[in-house]
Design a protein around this ligand. Structure first.
Ligand code: SF4
Length: 485
């Protein structure tokens, strides 16, 4: 498909609108050219005396739709009004020609609950928010209600205005094997075996450095989160040493939550779970993604559903009282029925959190190379079923995020039983809390307010992290500059 534009103005936004309908497609761009063959999406502005006219046209498979809207030249926010008019026109054309209805309309932002909070902060009422998102972004009332309810629940869990607390994130970028849909920086333990000891040694050093900055800036740790990758790819001894480093160096008196992802059941052993438990860590993730063995095989997970049940039950036996299980809607070889069975299987276990993801197809995932469209089936229906079943069984949605190239442009939602919501998940999506990240691929976000924040990033790959460790840590001076000024 070719996208025809006047110039690069609004290119990113217009491409994002087209991607809502064609998430896995590659586009060619043409400028000012009208005689392009094949499927096209075109958008342009024409300024008249009083009004600027936004034109959009779409031709797909010989079906054509054109539409025009106007923007007053002297209006407030003229540039953003022009952008919105162009995007809306293009969206309507695409919706008409493809016949696809998108539940989130043309809302491409990744944090719908944050958007609702911002609209509330501006003084908009619930009704005004519904009206705004329906009229300007074509979001369905069901999705607006989802985002609104999540925001309301989050307000009960966290104080968004707290500034002297932070979340510590620790990245363990290793996994037993790489899943075919993976878009994270994760390395199989086999291929990176030689790096692990050195990585852990430096990670402990980095945690000590972060602790010094936190102390100097009077920041208290509120949540700790070990993610990745799969932290339980490390041996029990290595995990314990990392926990001890945190205990020795950070003031944990204000800690409200401590999570370790034990995501892959094929990494779970009794020794590791006992090591985690003995350090007072209360929340873990044991992720089946699906309880259908055929689907697990298709996505390259080297474990069976049975191994997931064993890992989960072992964690319960050892005494974990907050377990999250991740599921993915839209996996290859999955079906509505099989997804429903996965939900039933997991609900029966009574975990405290169930996170339902929509399959994301990023360029790095092997599945993308195989052509993604064939997988994009009944994801919307799967999410609806999940919502119905989970709310019926006492779970409430408490955090939400969306990613680019997600099946049917849908969302990922974390559900929780009352009082077991993961605070870190809320913070990371709302941009109102400082996060200090350790380990490769980790990012840090320093926050005074959502309009006054600074981010910096660690190196992406273990070999860079090890090679340029000292250089990387120079960036941490930003912490004291930010909080001491
Ligand atoms: S377990 Fe997660 S991080 Fe590891 S390869 Fe699979 S999707 Fe990627």
């Amino acid at each position: 498909m070719t996208i025809i534009l006047q110039n690069d103005d609004y290119k990113y936004e217009l491409e994002a609108v087209v991607k809502i309908f064609f998430p896995a497609m590659h586009f060619a761009f043409e400028y000012q050219k009208n005689d392009v063959c094949g499927d096209i999406c075109a958008a342009r502005l024409k300024k008249g005396k009083e009004y600027t006219y936004a034109f959009a046209a779409v031709r797909i498979g010989g079906i054509i739709k054109r539409i025009c809207a106007k923007v007053e030249n002297g209006c407030k926010n003229y540039v953003s009004e022009c952008e919105a008019a162009l995007c809306r026109c293009l969206y309507i054309c695409l919706e008409t020609v493809t016949g696809k209805k998108c539940a989130w309309g043309m809302l491409t932002g990744v944090r719908p609950a944050k958007l609702v909070r911002q609209l509330c902060d501006k003084g908009m009422t619930r009704d005004e928010i519904f009206e705004h998102l329906q009229t300007n972004f074509f979001v369905t009332p069901e999705k607006i209600a989802l985002a609104y309810d999540i925001y309301k629940l989050q307000q009960q869990c966290v104080d968004f205005a707290q500034r002297q607390k932070f979340s510590l994130y620790v990245s363990i970028p290793f996994c037993p094997t790489r899943c075919s849909y993976c878009s994270f920086i994760s390395h199989s333990v086999e291929s990176s075996h030689k790096l692990i000891d050195e990585y852990c040694r430096l990670l402990k050093r980095e945690l000590e450095i972060i602790a010094l900055y936190a102390k100097r800036c009077n920041l208290a740790v509120e949540t700790v989160y070990f993610g990745g990758g799969t932290p339980t790819s490390l041996e029990a001894k290595a995990l314990s040493e990392l926990f001890e480093t945190i205990e020795k160096n950070f003031d944990l008196s204000q800690l409200r939550e401590y999570t370790v992802e034990a995501g892959r059941p094929d990494t779970i052993t009794e020794e590791k779970l006992r090591a985690i438990k003995s350090h007072g860590i209360s929340r873990i993730s044991v992720n089946p993604q699906t309880t259908n063995d055929e689907v697990l095989k298709a996505i390259g997970r080297r474990h069976s559903a049975e191994e997931f049940f064993q890992g989960y039950n072992l964690a319960r036996k050892i005494g974990f009282d907050c377990i999250n299980t991740d599921l993915i809607a839209g996996l290859p070889k999955d079906s509505l029925l099989s997804f429903e069975k996965t939900l039933d299987d997991v609900i029966e276990l009574c975990p405290e959190n169930i996170t339902v993801h929509s399959l994301t197809l990023k360029k790095s995932a092997q599945m993308y190379e195989g052509g993604a469209d064939s997988f994009l089936g009944d994801v919307g229906k799967m999410l609806d079923i999940a919502s119905q079943k989970l709310t019926k069984n006492g779970f409430l949605p408490y955090y939400i995020y969306r990613q680019k190239n997600t099946s049917e442009n849908l969302e990922n939602v974390g559900y929780s039983t009352k009082g077991k919501e993961c605070l870190y998940n809320i913070y990371i999506m709302d941009d109102t809390r400082t996060i200090l990240g350790a380990g490769c691929g980790a990012s840090s976000k320093l926050v005074h307010s959502e309009f006054d924040m600074k981010r910096f990033f660690n190196f992406k790959y273990p070999f860079e992290y090890i090679r340029d460790f000292d250089r990387m840590n120079e960036k941490k001076q930003a912490i004291s500059q930010f909080f001491e000024n």
